[in-house]
Design a protein around this ligand. Structure first.
Ligand code: ADP
Ligand code: MG
Length: 333
């Protein structure tokens, strides 16, 4: 259950092509994240899988069955959106029960399913409240509960945490990952936030202007980005990308070095420069160095660094961690 196969899926709105032809396999039980900048086609792709949009061409199969053109209700998928779309006048219990009521399930079976879902989501004590009496995180859990009771073959999440503040987002990230471990159901999760992608996914699909740039595990994308786009998108702070004469000694058009793969010293090193703004996070310090030849380079230094604004410094990239790209932006390996 929950195998999804896209073959040459193409979507245009009028004359505008949004998805130019995507092949993708999602395996049973996987947590797959679609990540990419705003407007790259993530929601469109999810809506095509859900059946909320029709494909322009290509096919979608779920568990070996061609569902292209089939109504959303027949696909046995459950979608959770950024806006929780709860019924404000109904209790949490009734909101979660709603799809089962619509399916005319008998009341005792409904009660059991709702109570099971509430237990998984820590909502047991809130079942008689209305959505207006809940926090944002609890409301999103109710929306997830409404999806769970349908026992879908896959869950589709479209930026479900975007309305929550940073601390709550961190909590909900853990809760959704925990839920995936418990249910072991296929989940497809859309976000523009690479931190969410890295922390939650078994498999990340990086999208850019409707194209798949790379598919891989978080650590594959971190260690072996296929191209400059993925290199710059995955990782925080961002990978430093340098083109021109500095890249040439490496036999590349562009090189990339992550902030955590650079040494910084006041006495010696490969690239000289002046320390600019230093961001103290406690555990780490991010130092933005204005180098003489490589532009501004961000370095991750220990929390207790003695480097200050305006100090003369030297940077040394870890040679084994330098990523090389050709003039088309593709990785040289
Ligand atoms: P994302 O979710 O990655 O931010 P979307 O999938 O929402 O991106 O949109 C991708 C592109 O498709 C955007 O350029 C958007 O304007 C366009 N688009 C989305 N839905 C429609 C629609 N119903 N009609 C016309 N253009 C659309
Ligand atoms: Mg979207």
């Amino acid at each position: 259950m929950g195998n999804i196969q896209l073959r040459q899926v193409n979507k245009s709105f009028g004359a505008t092509q949004v998805i130019p032809g995507i092949d993708l396999t999602i395996n049973e039980g996987e947590f797959v994240v679609f990540v990419g900048p705003s407007g790259c086609g993530k929601s469109t792709l999810l809506r095509l899988i859900a059946g909320l949009e029709d494909t322009t061409s290509g096919t979608i199969e779920i568990d070996g069955r061609n569902v292209t053109g089939e109504a959303p209700a027949k696909r046995k998928l459950a979608m959770v959106f950024q806006s929780y779309a709860l019924y404000p006048h109904m209790s949490v219990r009734k909101n979660i029960a709603f799809p089962l009521k619509m399916a005319k399930m008998d009341q005792s079976a409904i009660d059991k399913k709702v109570e099971d879902a509430a237990r998984v989501l820590n909502l047991t004590n809130y079942l008689e409240r209305r959505p207006g009496q809940l926090s944002g995180g609890q409301r999103q859990r109710v929306a997830i509960g409404r999806a769970i009771v349908r026992e879908p073959s896959a869950f589709l999440f479209d930026e479900p945490l975007s309305n929550l503040d940073a601390a709550l987002r961190g909590n909900m990230r853990l809760e959704i990952s925990e839920l995936h471990h418990q249910l072991k159901t296929t989940m497809i999760y859309v976000t523009h936030d690479q931190v969410e992608a890295m922390t939650m996914a078994d498999k990340i699909v990086v999208l850019n202007a409707g194209n798949i740039e790379q598919v891989g595990s978080p650590m594959e994308l971190y260690h072996k980005p296929d191209n400059v786009f993925v290199a710059g998108f995955i990782g925080s702070p961002k990978m430093n990308l340098v083109s021109g004469d500095i890249a040439k000694p490496y036999g590349a058009a562009t090189i990339g070095v992550r902030p955590e793969h650079l040494g910084i010293s006041k006495t010696e090193g490969t690239w000289s420069g002046i320390a600019g703004v230093t961001e103290h996070l406690g555990s780490d310090t991010f130092i933005h160095v204005k180098t003489d030849k490589a532009g501004v380079i961000t370095v991750r230094a220990p929390g207790e660094t003695d480097i200050r604004f305006d100090d003369k410094v030297y940077l040394t990239p870890d040679a084994s961690r330098v990523h090389k790209f050709d003039d088309r932006g593709l990785a040289i390996r």
